[in-house]
Write a protein that binds this ligand. Structure first.
Ligand code: FES
Ligand code: FES
Length: 162
């Protein structure tokens, strides 16, 4: 349905083509969570400050709390639900578990999506690279050291290094 307050959006969400009528004012986070039931993307500050809501649009990180759902029309969206495969967890997810890189876990989807983007563009990041890339993501449990180690470990695993 396309009206003055709604429009049709067709997007690839975690590899699946979806067409939905969305409110023109709806954010991507609302679209994912309330319309598609993809509640892995969390909301906290809702003002593009904490990184909790990070998802990828055409491979680039965006804050789903402020990005309009209408703007994903014709684009590819990746959320935390798309990381694992039938064979098991994504190496980043497994590394977060192995490195105790989560406490309450609320920030974890955002960190995982940002780390996914980082390792695609830089498969062999330094510790400083990881800290710099993730510095827009806040963990209220302040588990930053294990998170950095988890990303570096996952990078090694994904490169096939020992
Ligand atoms: S909820 Fe989007 S950046 Fe905080
Ligand atoms: S693990 Fe609790 S906010 Fe990060």
């Amino acid at each position: 349905m396309t009206t003055s307050e709604h429009l049709n959006v067709t997007a690839e969400i975690n590899g699946v083509n979806v067409t939905e009528s969305v409110e023109t004012r709806a954010t991507l986070a609302q679209f994912l969570r309330e319309q598609l039931g993809l509640t892995g993307t969390k909301l906290s500050c809702e003002m593009q400050v904490c990184g909790v809501c990070s998802v990828l649009v055409d491979g680039e990180p965006v804050s789903a709390c402020t990005y309009l759902a209408a703007d994903v029309d014709g684009r590819r969206v990746e959320t935390v639900e798309g990381l694992a495969n039938p064979g098991g967890l994504h190496p980043l997810q497994q590394s977060f578990v192995d490195n105790f890189a989560l406490q309450c876990g609320f920030c974890t989807p955002g960190f995982l999506m940002m780390a996914t983007a980082l390792l695609r563009r830089n498969p062999d990041p330094s510790e400083e690279d990881v800290k710099e890339y993730l510095d827009g993501n806040i963990c209220r449990c302040t588990g930053y050291e294990p998170i950095v180690h988890a990303v570096l470990d996952a990078a090694r695993t994904m490169r096939g290094a020992t």
